[in-house]
Design a protein. Structure first.
Length: 114
């Protein structure tokens, strides 16, 4: 069955960096576009970044452009989210999703606070 396992979250100070990973199984990873979403307490889930099957092009929410980078390794069935210059507003649970597959992982918590 489809599984998505996110990792790499944690507590970081404003201005810091984190690299999130999402390892997929149960489907042919290289055939699917992948996305990162986030959900903060009391807010709707929002799309952060997405990447096509071959790694380009990529798209980003305006709020993270220039700070976050999405990438993928099809040999490792993994999609990454490099997050730099983190802000308190980036605090959320981050989740990955495969295009056209209605399945979510458990997410990884990112907290940006001094």
């Amino acid at each position: 069955q489809v599984q998505l396992v996110e990792s790499g979250g944690g507590l970081v100070q404003p201005g810091g960096s984190l690299r999130l990973s999402c390892t997929a199984s149960g489907f042919t990873f290289s055939n699917y576009g992948m996305s990162w979403y986030r959900q903060a307490p009391g807010k709707e889930r929002e799309l952060v970044a997405r990447i096509t099957t071959g790694g380009s092009p990529t798209n980003y929410a305006d709020s993270v452009k220039g700070r976050f980078t999405i990438s993928r390794d099809n040999a490792e069935n993994t999609v990454y989210l490099q997050m730099n210059s983190l802000k308190p507003d980036d605090t959320a649970v981050y989740l990955c999703k495969a295009q056209y597959i209605n399945k979510w992982g458990q997410g990884t918590q990112v907290t940006v606070s001094s």
